[in-house]
Write a protein that binds this ligand. Structure first.
Ligand code: C5P
Length: 227
């Protein structure tokens, strides 16, 4: 079977990364979480107070871009690359609610996107990759053999994200999570550069009422059609 490129885009907290990891494992493909890259750049900017809840110092971020290195280091046990910011493993920190609250502002900066998209392109150029994000099927790999667009009701997504954060011991409330999910959808869909839109040839999957297993079987059969 040939190695294809699988692009998974969609709204926040639709389980893109869960299904992408499952797929990569099953197929022996490389998994790339592009959201982690935007989150890592955001974390850098937050540490330097270039972005807060009510400010974004775009010029400062641009001046620092050359000093921001975002890399995946392969983890044997996990079976995929773990995100590193200037050689520091930031996988845990980038999932914090504060980062989620700021990431869409940083991700709207064209130069930030340009830098990360270039890297994503290099990682995936040989195929055999499952990449998840917001613009993979539209911008990063417009020729991907399989494009999925995942969605679900905002309430369902907030509920899943809330449970996930609670399990990790984070002190959050449901309303706050719902607000974040809705705000990110709005910012991601309305930004000027590479907004979140479904590619014409993407297959939409609404998983509001699908179990993880049902969804995985469905997607796996789509992959089989293409390989
Ligand atoms: O996928 P995740 O929810 O971790 O992504 C975090 C944020 O990063 C998104 O809300 C979006 O603002 C940004 N992002 C993006 N383009 C991508 C992946 C993520 O703009 N390809």
């Amino acid at each position: 079977t040939k190695k294809i490129t699988i692009a998974i885009d969609g709204h926040s907290s639709t389980g893109k990364s869960t299904v992408a990891k499952q797929l990569a494992k099953k197929l022996g493909y490389v998994y790339v979480d592009t959201g982690a890259m935007y989150r890592a750049v955001t974390l850098y900017a937050m540490r330097k107070i270039m972005v807060t809840d009510n400010k974004l110092d775009k010029e400062a971020i641009l001046r620092h871009l050359a000093f921001i290195s975002v890399k995946f280091k392969f983890d044997e046990d996990l079976g995929y690359g773990v995100i590193h910011l200037n050689n520091e493993n930031v996988e845990k920190e980038i999932r914090l609610m504060e980062v989620s609250n700021n990431v869409s502002k940083v991700a709207a900066i064209p130069e930030v996107r340009e830098m990360l998209v270039k890297q994503q392109h290099e990682i995936g150029e040989d195929g055999g990759v499952v990449m998840d994000g917001r613009d993979i099927g539209t911008v990063v790999f417009p020729d991907a053999e399989l494009k999925l667009f995942m969605t679900a009701s905002a309430e369902k997504r907030a509920e899943r994200r809330y449970n996930e954060l609670k399990e990790k011991g984070e002190d959050v409330n449901y309303e706050e999570v719902l607000k974040n999910v809705e705000e990110r959808d709005h910012l991601d869909s309305t930004r000027e550069t590479s907004p979140l839109v479904k590619a014409d040839d993407a297959i939409e999957i609404d998983n509001s009422n699908l179990s993880r297993e049902e969804q995985f079987e469905k997607i796996l059969s789509l992959v089989k059609e293409k390989t």
